[in-house]
Design a protein around this ligand. Structure first.
Ligand SMILES: *[C@@H]1O[C@H](CO)[C@@H](O)[C@H](O)[C@H]1NC(C)=O
Ligand SMILES: *[C@@H]1O[C@H](CO)[C@@H](O)[C@H](O)[C@H]1NC(C)=O
Ligand SMILES: *[C@@H]1O[C@H](CO)[C@@H](O)[C@H](O)[C@H]1NC(C)=O
Ligand SMILES: *[C@@H]1O[C@H](CO)[C@@H](O)[C@H](O)[C@H]1NC(C)=O
Length: 663
């Protein structure tokens, strides 16, 4: 008994199982259905029966396994029930496709069927043949007179042919009052269809409703018909659809089926979403997400490209005006200077002046070593004249002048390019425990060199050039410790014989002649005054002003003068000189320094005379003995020695800030 039961159990189970085939799809996976090439399952799980890439096409999708509709091969068709949710999306309703049909067919496909009005179900020759064994519930959106369609929006029951056995206009009977409500199949709205067959009553009923309404109690369409001759024992269930235009897509969102019972309800909230715009999900995803992302990325790439180009352009931007074109050879490209100084790196910084920093650099192509002075300026006032002067300076050629190679102009910035002087400026070798003390012969050579350079500026060149900032820190030493007067940042030019224009007083405290402060006129004579201070500076190894020293020592000229008054002018010399010096030369230099420092401009020698004295061509006239004022030698005793951190503070106006600076 027990062994019999154990033996029978699998058979019973298989019988029950085959009689009660049931499935539910809430969205589809490609494995769930057997579909032909025109149909597809989107990534979101929609069954797309027709796509929009081809005209005149059809699509089929079938549940992959056959379903046993009868208990025996000669029996009657059992009850079954199914429901599905569909949506037809059409860009132009007038050009809609032909519709969707739910199909029960002997094979998992419909070989030989035609698209278009044949709905992918039949063809010319087999339409209407009893041997087809096809039952279809059509949702027809096209009126075909050939098949006696009632309109272009109807639901019909088709048995073996496209001429419906029964059809009605699409709609449903409202549960509340039984009113008929029209539905448009191609509205793009999701709708649910129920197809039920009562195997006992031999009645087939079809119900349609919008998605949010629920299954109406009164079916849309009922037909009393025994399906036993039509439906075989093992049949396939699925969908067919056809379209005549590219502009319509047919979707099935969910589907459930059950033999001998009520089809499982579909969880509507979990159905995949219909695309909201025409074009199919894949494409719409591309349009709604892909395309914007691509466009935004492209725009970003374009913007960052433009920003890069603009930045780069701005980084190397220069000011170049028409009048500068003549100066072409002396203009440098900012980019070259930028590269030469490695982007104006701190490491390349040679010095810091009042109005700019000086950087060392190597020109990219010629490999020439240069010094670049960056001067910031706000106004463009006077720029034209100034650049003209710079260019003139570029033509100044003298062995005791630092060659100015050229310039570059940018917004708010002027760059002057000089030859690089490897030994730096003279002041380094003079004050405060210098690393290298210059011997007397070197100092005297430097003095003669600077005198010669200044003489060239004053008298030998085509124009009179007033340097305006002669001082030890502006004297550069080249590789052989030859002096080169540099930094023409303050220089002014005027034509020989004309009167120099009044300008703002610029220069360095301690080197500015008293009449310059009064009249504002820079002349060759004011340069001589500064040169005098420079002479004493070199001979004594200290700055003209040392505000922190003892009162009687603050002013260098006073110091030297008091030594001279005591009859021992040599006592003022730099103690670092030791004993290796030529007393006559030191004395000459100190006396000449005093002469040049005379507060009366007329009493100062010219640079021509200075050169003659230094070369020994002309003997130095005796300085008047004590009682200086009586002899006309009046030395300024009142420099503006305000409490200053640095004696080397520039007196300069904003306007001329661009013209100034000392290393
Ligand atoms: C559909 O396919 C998926 C993935 O293969 C599977 O998990 C699921 O059970 C299938 N659904 C039905 C109803 O067969
Ligand atoms: C099967 O059906 C045919 C015709 O419909 C009938 O002649 C035959 O007797 C039936 N056989 C059985 C076993 O019911
Ligand atoms: C029509 O379909 C039938 C059944 O699939 C097929 O045998 C026949 O060849 C088809 N006829 C044409 C003209 O395609
Ligand atoms: C419903 O559709 C039918 C057929 O198209 C039409 O005759 C009828 O007027 C429509 N009813 C309403 C309420 O729109």
């Amino acid at each position: 008994m027990l062994s019999n039961l154990v033996f029978l159990l699998p058979l019973l189970i298989s019988l029950v199982a085959s009689d009660n085939t049931s499935f539910t799809f809430v969205g589809f996976k490609p494995e769930n259905l057997s579909i032909d090439s025109k149909a597809g399952i989107t990534s979101t799980g929609l069954l797309q029966l027709t796509d929009t890439t081809k005209r005149q096409q059809m699509g089929h999708a079938f549940y992959p396994n056959p379903i046993s509709f009868k208990k025996s091969s000669n029996g009657t068709v059992s009850s079954f029930s199914m429901t599905f949710v569909f949506g037809i999306i059409s860009k132009y309703p007038a050009l809609s496709g032909h519709g969707i049909a739910f199909v029960i067919a002997p094979t998992g496909g419909l070989p030989g069927a035609l698209p278009g009005r044949y709905l992918g179900l039949f063809n010319d020759s087999n339409n209407g043949n009893a041997t087809n064994h096809v039952l279809a519930i059509e949702l027809d959106t096209n009126q075909s007179d050939d098949f006696a369609d009632i309109n272009d929006n109807h639901v019909g029951i088709d048995i073996n042919g496209l001429e419906s056995v029964k059809s009605v206009s699409a709609g449903y009977y409202a549960d509340d009052n039984g009113d008929f409500r029209n539905l448009s199949l191609i509205s793009g709205e999701q709708m649910q269809v129920w197809v039920e067959y009562d195997g006992v009553e031999k009645q087939i009923s079809v119900t349609l409703a919008p998605l949010n309404v629920g299954k109406p109690k009164i079916p849309l369409l009922s037909l009393s018909r025994d399906l036993s001759p039509i439906i075989g024992n093992n049949m396939y269930v699925g969908f067919s659809s056809s379209t005549g235009s590219r502009l319509t897509s047919h979707y099935v969102l969910g589907w459930s089926f059950k033999m001998n019972g009520q089809a499982p309800e579909l969880l509507l909230s979990q159905l995949p979403k219909l695309p909201t715009i025409f074009g199919g999900t894949e494409r719409s995803k591309f349009l709604t997400i892909g395309l914007p992302v691509i466009i935004v990325s492209l725009v970003l790439v374009a913007i960052s490209g433009v920003v890069y180009v603009i930045r780069r352009k701005r980084k190397f931007e220069e000011l170049l005006e028409d009048w500068e074109l003549d100066y072409g050879p002396q203009r440098f490209k900012y980019k070259d200077l930028f590269v030469a100084t490695k982007g104006f790196r701190e490491k390349e910084l040679l010095g810091r002046g009042g109005f700019g920093k000086v950087y060392r650099g190597i020109l990219p192509t010629s490999k020439i070593e240069i010094a670049v002075k960056r001067i910031s300026h706000e106004s463009r006032q006077g720029m034209r004249e100034f650049v003209a002067e710079i260019v003139s300076m570029g033509r100044l050629r003298h062995k005791n002048l630092v060659p100015l190679l050229g310039y570059c102009r940018r917004k708010r910035e002027l760059l002057l390019v000089y030859d690089y002087m490897p030994s730096g400026s003279l002041d380094k070798y003079l004050y405060y425990q210098p690393e290298l003390t210059l011997g007397w012969s070197q100092r005297f050579g430097i003095i003669k060199g600077v005198a010669s350079g200044l003489f060239y500026l004053h008298e030998e060149w085509e124009q009179v050039v007033v340097h305006r900032d002669v001082k030890a820190s502006n004297v550069m030493l080249d590789g052989e410790l030859n002096a080169r007067l540099g930094d023409f940042g303050l220089a002014i030019f005027y034509d020989r014989g004309s009167d120099p224009q009044t300008t703002h007083v610029v220069g360095t405290v301690g080197y500015i002649a008293p009449e310059h402060t009064r009249s504002g006129k820079a002349t060759t004579s004011t340069d001589v005054f500064a040169f005098g201070a420079f002479l004493l500076e070199v001979a004594c190894g200290r700055r003209p002003l040392e505000p922190r020293w003892r009162t009687e020592d603050i002013i260098l000229v006073d110091c030297v003068l008091s030594h001279w008054n005591r009859g021992e002018i040599l006592g003022a010399r730099d103690p670092n000189l030791g004993t290796e010096y030529v007393a006559e030369e030191v004395e000459l230099e100190l006396k000449l320094g005093l002469m040049c420092s005379n507060s009366e401009a007329s009493a100062r020698p010219s640079m021509r005379q200075v050169v003659q004295f230094l070369e020994g061509d002309v003997p130095l006239p005796e300085l008047p003995s004590v009682g200086l004022c009586a002899s006309g030698l009046t030395f300024p005793m009142s420099y503006p020695v305000a409490p200053m951190d640095k004696a080397f503070t520039h007196l300069s106006s904003v306007e001329e800030s661009l013209l100034s600076g000392g290393r």
